[in-house]
Design a protein around this ligand. Structure first.
Ligand SMILES: [Zn+2]
Ligand SMILES: [Zn+2]
Length: 322
C-alpha cells in the first residue's frame, strides 16, 4: 500500500464524519484506516479522538472513555516531530474526560464519587489527621480515649474462623466477636495514642476506627509513632481476629485489637495503590513526604486541600525518616 492511499483513507473517513447522517460509515472508515495504519502514523491519535467525539455526542460514556484513552496512548507512539499532538477538539474532549470520569474511566470515577459523597469518611479521616498532627508535634501527648475494657477476647486461634463485616457488629453493645475474622483495608495513616490507631474500610465500603494494643516498642516514643505511621499505612490489608466493638469516650465506636497476635497485616501492592482512592495503578509519591501516593493530580489535590494532607505532610516526612 502506498503511503498516500492511507492518507486518502483518512481524509475519506473524515469527510464521512462531517456528514452527520452517516455515522456508521464514518466509524467503519476510521476502523478501516486504523486496521492498516502503522502505530506511529500521525493520524492514528486523531482517528481515536474522532471516535471519542462521536461517542461523546451519543452520550456513550464507556466508548468515549475507551477511545479517548486510546488516543492518549497512541500519542506516545508518535515521532517527537509531531508533538505536542494537535487535534482541534482535544481540549474539549480532555475536559469531558477529566470532569466526567477523572483520568481513569467510569469505574474509578464512581469510586471517587463515592468517596467524595461520604461525609462520614471525610470526618473520620480529617479527625484522625488532626490527632496525628497533634501527636507528631508533641510526642509526649498521651490521650486516653477509651475507658477500661469490660471484656477480653479468648486467645486467638487462626482456624475455623467465621467472617464478619463491620455492619454485623452492633455499635451500641460493648462486645467481643470471638471466633470471627474481620477483613478490611487501612485507609489512613496510623498514629500512636495509647494504642496504634487508624481507620479501616471493609468490602461493603463501611468504615471504622481501630486501636491496636501492645505493639512492640522500638525503644522510644518518637520511633514508636514512626512505626505506627509506617506499619498502619493506607492500602495495607488487615485481618482482625475476634474484633472487639467498643464505645470510646467521645461517644464514637472503635474496634479494639488486643495485641499483634489478633491482627494480620498484608502490605502486598499497598505501595502501588492510590492513598486517596485506593486504585491500583501507576502511582506517584507526594514529593514532599514520599509517603502518600496518588493515581492522579485530581486525587492529590482533593487529599491535600479537603482531607488535609497539607496538615500531616511535613510530619509524615520527618517521622518516616526515623
Ligand atoms: Zn486516586
Ligand atoms: Zn505529602
Amino acid at each position: 500500500m502506498y503511503p498516500n492511499s492511507l492518507r486518502f483513507m483518512y481524509f475519506h473517513a473524515i469527510a464521512l464524519c462531517m456528514q452527520d447522517e452517516l455515522p456508521e460509515e464514518c466509524i467503519k472508515a476510521l476502523d478501516d484506516f486504523l486496521a492498516l495504519a502503522p502505530k506511529d502514523h500521525d493520524k492514528v491519535p486523531a482517528c481515536y479522538y474522532r471516535k471519542a467525539t462521536y461517542y461523546l455526542s451519543k452520550e456513550d460514556n464507556n466508548n468515549f472513555y475507551a477511545f479517548f484513552k486510546k488516543g492518549l496512548e497512541a500519542e506516545r507512539d508518535q515521532l517527537p516531530c509531531f508533538l505536542p499532538y494537535q487535534f482541534p477538539m482535544k481540549d474539549m474532549l480532555m475536559k469531558a474526560y477529566i470532569h466526567g470520569g477523572m483520568a481513569e474511566g467510569p469505574s474509578a470515577s464512581r469510586q471517587l464519587k463515592n468517596i467524595l459523597s461520604d461525609p462520614m469518611r471525610k470526618l473520620m479521616i480529617t479527625e484522625n489527621r488532626g490527632f496525628l498532627m497533634n501527636i507528631c508535634a508533641d510526642p509526649t501527648l498521651l490521650v486516653n480515649t477509651v475507658s477500661k475494657p469490660l471484656n477480653s477476647p479468648k486467645p486467638p486461634k487462626w482456624t475455623s474462623l467465621k467472617p464478619i463485616m463491620i455492619k454485623d457488629m452492633d455499635p451500641t453493645i460493648d462486645k467481643v466477636y470471638d471466633g470471627y475474622v474481620l477483613d478490611a483495608k487501612i485507609i489512613d495513616f496510623g498514629m500512636l495514642i495509647k494504642s496504634s490507631a487508624t481507620i479501616i474500610q471493609d468490602e461493603n465500603g463501611d468504615i471504622q476506627r481501630i486501636a491496636v494494643y501492645k505493639w512492640p516498642s522500638k525503644g522510644n516514643r518518637k520511633k514508636d509513632i514512626a512505626e505506627a505511621i509506617k506499619v498502619f499505612r493506607p492500602n495495607v490489608k488487615v485481618s482482625i481476629i475476634s474484633p472487639y466493638m467498643r464505645m470510646s469516650r467521645d461517644g464514637k465506636n472503635i474496634i479494639r485489637v488486643e495485641g499483634p497476635k489478633y491482627i494480620k497485616l498484608d502490605d502486598t501492592f499497598a505501595d502501588e495503590k492510590c492513598t486517596f482512592c485506593g486504585k491500583q495503578t501507576k502511582v506517584l509519591a507526594c514529593s514532599a513526604c514520599n509517603m502518600a501516593r496518588y493515581c492522579s493530580k485530581e486525587c492529590q489535590k482533593i487529599d491535600w486541600i479537603e482531607f488535609n494532607h497539607k496538615g500531616i505532610c511535613k510530619h509524615l516526612k520527618s517521622y518516616s525518616a526515623l
